[in-house]
Design a protein around this ligand. Structure first.
Ligand code: SAH
Ligand code: SF4
Ligand code: F3S
Length: 439
């Protein structure tokens, strides 16, 4: 039996795409390889959201050359967002002739056919579709976890934030039909899944492209909440599209987790305008306050870009000010990375990298202080976790997450097993985790 190995870079979309690729391969008779050296097929599922992601990929492709030399029948494939860019495809063609297969984000469902073709013709195959076409339903999925599952509700993005490559490599927004989503969720529940995460680059614009109905994201959430699912999460929410109706649906349904990832990107209204984000410092703050009032237990997390072209010290201080005022439970922070072909890459950027790095460090320091403070508020309280099993970081303890998506470590007892919902008393707070005892 042939064996496969997939390395995944990038966001949850890619993680879930890799689950579909694995599903397709297993249906065609492949089984997972115990290590990359053992694999007959090696796939790199790539991300290009920032330049360092790209550099890491080239390093990885280079390293695979010796594996190909050891076994020339082995197939090496590169897929995902990077492969959707013509310049990258050219670079692979010229620099890495040991790569046999390159395909983009729009034709992963064709993988079994492409592999057969390579084997039959014993030649390389580059297949990148320019446009997205229809949504392929019913593809096999090899889920990596038994109790939590990702469910894509829409593909692509129409927002064209000026710094971002995603709309170019993932295509226009396409929503899956509500029936297909509900059917998938019901099947997951029947198979024992306790928590689902609905995925989309901007879940709040779900349904806009569906002709037959004006079914929106809030309505979809309401329908899913009526099913027997313990926990519902979703990501990502664009602040410009987050409706009062959605806030109300969240407030009304406790199985929708008390966590909202609401990317800010910058706290400066001037920079937000240049970023094409369609909200201001004031309107974002107003939205965050409204959410906190309606759903008091909510944990807010965010993404922030430091050093967008032309960002001044005053702009950056607006970001610090907003971070302080909103009081996020956590933040992913990035230094701006110019992406060729995006409008922001054309803007003059006089700020030196060491200034940007110093700003990033100030932001991280502030956020870490706030994260710890937020976590300390849990000490002494009881909280429900979905038990995941042995902690990735420390094999002595188990871990799980509560509704606020806090990662909690605790000593296991014979009473609990992975997939259980268990009550933990929080005993200690750290910046990124909580410690507790099972009741
Ligand atoms: N659709 C989601 C995720 C987009 S990518 C959203 O809108 O939030 C995840 C994060 O990467 C973005 O939120 C942004 O903070 C960051 N990012 C995107 N492009 C970037 C770039 N060119 N440089 C640095 N960070 C970037
Ligand atoms: Fe990129 Fe903006 Fe779309 Fe998110 S909403 S994927 S940041 S263009
Ligand atoms: Fe990266 Fe593609 Fe996701 S560029 S962040 S893997 S959509």
């Amino acid at each position: 039996m042939k064996k496969y190995h997939i390395t995944t870079f990038g966001c949850q979309m890619n993680v879930h795409d890799s689950e579909v690729l694995a599903g397709l391969l297993e249906k065609s008779g492949y089984s997972p390889a115990a290590s990359i050296e053992e694999a007959d097929l090696i796939l790199l599922n790539t991300c290009c959201v920032r330049e360092n992601a790209e550099n890491r990929l080239y390093g990885n492709i280079g390293n695979l050359k010796s594996l190909k030399e050891q076994n020339p029948d082995r197939i090496i494939g590169v897929c995902g967002c990077m492969a959707q860019q013509a310049t990258v495809v050219e670079k692979i063609r010229e620099t890495y002739p040991h790569v046999d297969l390159v395909f983009g984000t729009h034709n992963l469902h064709e993988l079994p056919r492409m592999l057969k073709q390579i084997e039959a013709e014993r030649s390389q195959l580059y297949e990148i579709w320019d446009s997205e076409g229809e949504i392929y339903e019913g593809l096999p999925v090899k889920r990596t976890e038994p109790f939590r599952a990702w469910v894509t509700i829409m593909y692509g993005c129409d927002n064209f934030c000026s710094y971002c490559i995603v709309p170019y490599v993932r295509g226009r927004e396409r929503s899956r039909g509500p029936e297909a989503i509900l059917t998938e969720v019901k099947e997951l529940i029947a198979s024992g899944v306790k928590e689902i995460t609905l995925l989309g680059q901007n879940v709040n614009s779900y349904g806009r492209d569906l002709q037959e109905s004006n079914f929106n994201f809030a309505e979809l959430l309401k329908e899913i909440s009526a099913l027997d699912i313990k926990r519902i999460r979703f990501q990502t929410s664009h602040p410009k599209d987050l409706s009062d109706e959605l806030i109300q649906v969240m407030a009304d349904h406790p199985q929708i987790c008390r966590h909202l990832h609401l990317p800010l990107q910058s706290g400066s209204s001037r920079i937000l305008k240049l970023m094409n984000r369609h909200y201001t410092k004031e309107s974002y703050l107003e939205l965050a306050e409204k959410i906190k009032t309606k759903i008091p237990a909510i944990a807010l997390t965010t993404d922030i870009i430091v050093g967008f072209p032309g960002e001044t010290e005053a702009d950056f201080e607006d970001t610090l000010d907003l971070v302080q005022k909103v009081g996020y439970d956590g933040a992913f922070t990035f230094i701006y990375s110019p992406r060729p072909g995006t409008p922001a890459a054309q803007i003059e950027d006089p700020t030196p990298m060491d200034v940007k790095k110093a700003r990033l460090n100030r932001l991280i320091e502030l956020q870490n202080r706030i994260s710890l403070q937020k976590n300390r508020a849990f000490v002494g309280s009881l909280t429900e976790v979905l038990v995941e099993g042995v902690s990735e970081k420390n094999p002595e303890v188990w871990s799980g997450r509560n509704t606020q998506n806090k990662l909690i470590h605790f000593k296991p007892t014979s009473k609990v097993k992975p997939g259980d919902l268990a009550i933990v008393r929080i005993t200690e707070a750290r910046t990124f985790t909580l410690e507790g005892e099972l009741l």
